[in-house]
Each structure stands twice: as C-alpha cells, then as structure tokens.
Design a protein around this ligand. Structure first.
Ligand code: HAM
Length: 425
C-alpha cells in the first residue's frame, strides 16, 4: 500500500487542546450573559435539514443559497443541506415542537453554539466550516427587545475581553413588507439608468434581488450606489416610527450606533431592524463583521406556525477568536508519579487509579521507561503540585515518597496509609 498523508478539507480547521481555553471562555461567557443574565435557553438542532428549509427562508437568490450551500441527495433521494446558518433550523424546531404554546414564557428565548457550512472562497475570517453563537427570540414585537439584543451582544463581547470602543454598531431598517416592496421599485428605477455601468453580478441581481447591489464590493457599483435613494425614505409611517423608537431605546441604554442605510444583510428573511457589529481591528481585513442579525417577523408563519414576531443575531466565533486576548493556560496537575524502577510498573498504575478514583486527583505518570530526569521535566511542564517517587526502596518498604514541588518538602507514607490531605498544598 502506498503511503498517503491526508489534509483537512479546504476552509476547515482543527481545534486543538491548546485552542480550548478561548472556546471555554466563550462557553462560560454565553452561560453568564445569554443564559443567566438574559434568560436564554440552549437549543441544538440537526447539522442537516431539508434543503427547502434554507432556500425558502434565506431566499433562492441569496448567495448563501444559490452559491454556497452544501447540498446533496441522500440514499432515500431526499434533498438535504448542511445548515449554512442557525435561524431557519431554530424556527423549524420552534414550530415543530410547538414552543409557542401557552406553557412557555414569552418571549421564547433560545441560543445556540453550532457549526455552520458555506461553500465560500476560504480566506482569513471566511471558512467553509465555521461556528456561530446565535440567539433567537420569539413572541414580541417590542423595540425594547431590538435594543436589548444589541446590548446583549455588546455585553458578551466585553465579557470575552473585547474593547467596546473598537466595536461599531451599524443599524438600518428594511421596514415592513409594504415599505420594502416600495423601496425595491424605487431602487430598480434608479439603477436602471446605470445598466451599462453595473457589474455583471449586479445586473443579475437587478432582476431578482436589487437590494443586494447596495453592498456590492465592485468599485463601479459603489460609485453608483453612493447616490441611490435611501431605504429610509421609503419607510411608511409605521415603519419610520418604529425605527425612531429603536434609536431612542439604544440611546436610553447609552449604546453608540451609526445608521447605515446601505446595510441590507445577506439573507432575505429580514424586516424592520437589521444590525451588524463591526470591529475596527486590522487583523480581520474585509471579514470585520463579527455579528449580524435583525427582525424576521414573517418566518414562523411561513413555516406553518402562528403569526409570531421574532428577532435574533449570530456571532462568527472564528472571527471573534482572532480578536480575543490570549488566555493564559492555568491548568495544573495534582500528582506526577515518577518511576525510579521498572519493577514498579504495576504498582504505579494501580496507585494512579486509586488517587483518581478515591481522591478525585489529576494524575499523570510515565509509560515509556524514560529517565528520571525526563520524568521530572514532565512533572515541571505539567505544573505538578506533587510528585510521588517509587523505586526499589519504596517497593521493598511498601511505602511512597511524596514531594511538594513548591516547597521541596518530602514525606514518606505507607502505601496503606495514603490520605487526600497528603496532597493538599
Ligand atoms: P450572517 O450575517 O450570515 O447571519 O452570519 C453571522 C456571522 O457569522 C457573520 O457576521 C460572521 O461573523 C460569521 N460568518 C458568516 N459566514 C462566515 C464564514 N464563511 N466564515 C466565518 N464566519 C462567518 C446569519 O447567519 C443569521 N442567521 C443571523 C441571525 C440570527 N439573524 C437573525 N437571527
């Protein structure tokens, strides 16, 4: 057989033990901020769902659905897709499990930390398998909830060590569906004048998703868009008042924000408030949006549930990890058992077992007959608080020596007389 070295698929990453402290910190902060302070319960949904769930909600013409979906037919000829985002699956679960029932406190607040899949061109901050920490709230149309979710994501970023001054909150309103339709028409009329100058991508979008042209990265498109009519001028009375209230609520919470009337988001299900949190750090380059979300008041009903207002956001965790300050690995080891004689093998294994099982200690030992010097080096590297040394003398006397690595103090204890207190510093 020829040898072959495998590499991870393009756009994926291994998360190694050395990377875990930051991931742990994210989980702890989510527990504290989302779960404890704001009352969100954790939900997990399948990694794959029916393709249609995503195509209907995110929109057939969105990049996520038309270009980036990992979809396939399973052995039962069902069209399946790996989830490109969390909202559609959570809405499906909300409806299927009837979480709208009277026994549930409203709004129903859910959060998730899950892997997502998008067939994108991999670059820094843009992966094909990535993770989102997201939240969804069902059952309130209050603008106070919009502002509360924005404060919640900022609290979370602060909790994991980000500097709030380096984060910008951008908001916009897409209004209700009537306002959005009005704007679509106005925008098409404006862009039609520049048909010969628009990029090929934008020309296609002009037919099926003109709002997306507003966040085109093409330099010619950017020039044209600069003078495009603003969506905010197309908002009807109800939508306009709502958006003003969201801003008043943000001011009430002392949250600085900017209004970006070209903000549209890449998924089609939004209405009213949409928002993004952008970092000014150079490290992320063009992938500087670390969280995004908004209202999607129509989706629950589209999925067969009762009419239910909803709002949520998701944080891109790989982007967040780049910005988080290094976390010092504070792990220590209770005991390293040093073997001074090969004969001690059996005793060491059973002693290690006993210390773990009876006293709940963390224990490591040598399995490879290495020199004493290497074993003590391991004890140091693992930051062992105690070492136990077992050699010929100890075997003969049925005792062990326990050394406190900090003080250097060493005591001799009979094997039958070992106590948990022997390992307390
Ligand atoms: P999204 O803006 O598509 O929204 O994604 C949210 C965040 O996920 C982005 O701001 C970014 O940080 C991260 N992200 C997206 N694509 C990638 C990628 N290829 N590699 C690394 N990170 C990425 C949503 O997904 C919505 N479901 C958010 C939401 C929840 N809206 C309402 N509720």
């Amino acid at each position: 057989m020829t040898e072959k070295q495998y590499q991870k698929p393009k756009g994926t990453a291994d998360i190694l033990p050395v990377n875990q402290p930051k991931w742990q910190q994210i989980q702890t902060a989510a527990n504290k901020i989302f779960s404890h302070q704001y009352g969100f319960g954790k939900i997990e949904t399948p990694v794959f769902e029916n393709f249609e769930l995503f195509s209907r909600s995110a929109g057939e013409t969105s990049d996520v659905v038309s270009k980036e979906m990992y979809d396939f037919y399973d052995k039962g000829d069902r069209r399946i897709a790996l989830r490109p985002e969390g909202t559609a699956g959570v809405v499906r679960a909300y409806v299927e499990n009837k979480l709208y029932g009277p026994e549930y406190e409203k709004p129903v607040n859910l959060y998730y930390l899950e892997s997502m899949y998008r067939y994108e061109r991999p670059q820094s901050g843009r992966l094909r398998e990535f993770h989102q920490l997201g939240v969804e709230s069902f059952g309130s149309d209050s603008t106070k909830l919009d502002a509360t979710q924005i404060s919640m994501v900022l609290d979370f970023f602060e909790e994991v060590g980000l500097n709030r001054n380096q984060l910008m909150v951008s908001i916009n309103s897409l209004g209700n569906s009537q306002s959005r339709d009005n704007y679509r028409q106005t925008l098409i009329e404006y862009l039609n004048q520049y048909k010969d100058k628009l990029s090929t991508d934008s020309l296609t979008r002009l037919e099926n998703n003109p709002l997306r042209i507003l966040d085109s990265k093409d330099p010619d498109d950017i020039e044209i868009v600069k003078n495009a009519p603003s969506i905010l001028d197309s908002l009807d009375e109800e939508s306009r008042i709502r958006f003003e209230q969201v801003q008043a609520d943000l001011q009430n919470l002392n949250i600085p924000y900017q209004i970006d009337s070209n903000l549209v988001r890449g998924l089609d299900y939004y209405n009213h408030t949409i928002f993004e949190i952008v970092s000014d750090s150079k490290e992320l380059g063009s992938a500087s949006t670390i969280a995004g979300g908004g209202r999607y008041n129509g989706m629950v009903q589209d999925f067969g549930g009762p009419e239910t207002p909803a709002i949520g956001f998701a944080i891109g965790l790989e982007r967040l990890l780049t910005l988080m300050p290094e976390v010092e690995n504070k792990d220590t080891l209770d005991v390293y058992i040093v073997k001074a004689d090969e004969q001690a093998d059996d005793l060491i294994m059973s002693l290690g077992y006993k210390l773990r099982k009876q006293f709940n200690l963390s224990v490591q030992m040598d399995y490879n007959n290495r020199s004493l010097k290497s074993q003590f080096k391991s004890a140091d590297r693992l930051k062992a608080k105690f070492t136990i040394i077992i050699g010929n003398d100890e075997l003969a006397s049925n005792s062990i020596s326990i050394k406190n690595m900090d003080s250097g103090q060493q005591i001799q204890v009979s094997l039958h007389d070992i106590k948990k207190e022997n390992f307390e510093v």
